[in-house]
Design a protein around this ligand. Structure first.
Ligand SMILES: [Zn+2]
Length: 258
């Protein structure tokens, strides 16, 4: 079934909305209002963005110094690689503040004679969900810099950056949070308490939710005729994740030199 789009104008300022198929929470480029494309409900989450001082030149320096420093990187990486594409994209995140409480029962066997334990694991989290469906972005590795949050303002964005609307709404994001936090709690039990979980019941209490756009740089570089990728946190100026070319050692490098 196809949802008919009733209006393609911002309900707040009347400006035309810029949206692509699959996007359901659309941010007005003029006034920053968020408009829900399908459904009656108004979108009420607080919307902010992550501020940054880093423009492209500074991000290029971050990339260059990452390439130049650090063990396990080829010595000539900075010298012999080339940046093939580099762009800044503001990605939409839902950030939830949650209390999680898991009552559990399990068996600890790693210390010798197996024995049963039980308890309650309570944690609180700021948990983020990327509001896009098929993105290669490494959400778990990214520490969204909430300290740099500021009022949403398109004019303060990185020059030449792109902007993405959300493809899921806050209700769907909340369901994902519940699933992910439940699974995370179970993994904590397996790391810290027991080797087998017999039973675990997790209650996830969402205390607060907000919508945040954050600048992320996506970079592709070539090195010795192969392509690699890197993502950089545009606010903190830190590499989030990067492909590292394998070292050229031993006979392989001799043979490949021909
Ligand atoms: Zn508007």
């Amino acid at each position: 079934m196809v949802d008919l789009v009733e209006s393609l104008n911002c309900s707040h300022c009347g400006a035309p909305l810029d949206l692509s198929p699959g996007e359901i929470i659309v941010t007005c480029r003029y006034c920053g209002s968020d408009v829900r494309i399908a459904g009656e409900k108004r979108f009420l989450l607080k919307h902010s963005m992550v501020a940054t001082q880093y423009q492209e030149e500074a991000i290029r320096q971050v990339i260059t110094s990452w390439m130049a420093g650090g063990a396990f990187r080829p010595d000539d990486l900075a010298r012999s690689s080339r940046i093939e594409s580099l762009e800044c994209i503001y990605l939409p995140f839902y950030v939830f503040e949650v209390d999680a409480s898991t009552t559990w029962r399990g068996v600890l066997s790693r210390t010798g004679q197996p024995f049963e334990k039980s308890g309650e694991l309570r944690k609180d989290y700021f948990w983020k969900i990327l509001g896009r469906r098929s993105s290669p972005f490494p959400t778990r590795e990214y520490r969204l810099p909430l300290a740099a949050k500021t009022t949403f303002d398109m004019s303060q964005m990185v020059k030449g950056s792109k902007f993405l609307n959300a493809e899921m709404d806050e209700d769907e994001a909340k369901r994902l949070v519940e699933d992910e936090v439940t699974e995370h709690q179970k993994q904590l039990l397996l790391q810290e308490e027991v080797d087998d979980v017999i039973e675990a019941k997790t209650a996830v209490d969402v205390k607060d939710a907000e919508f945040v756009h954050a600048p992320i740089w996506f970079m592709r570089y070539s090195y010795r005729k192969k392509m690699y990728e890197m993502t950089v946190d545009g606010a903190a100026g830190e590499v989030i994740k990067a492909d590292v070319p394998p070292p050229e050692t031993g006979f392989g490098s001799l043979f490949s030199r021909r």
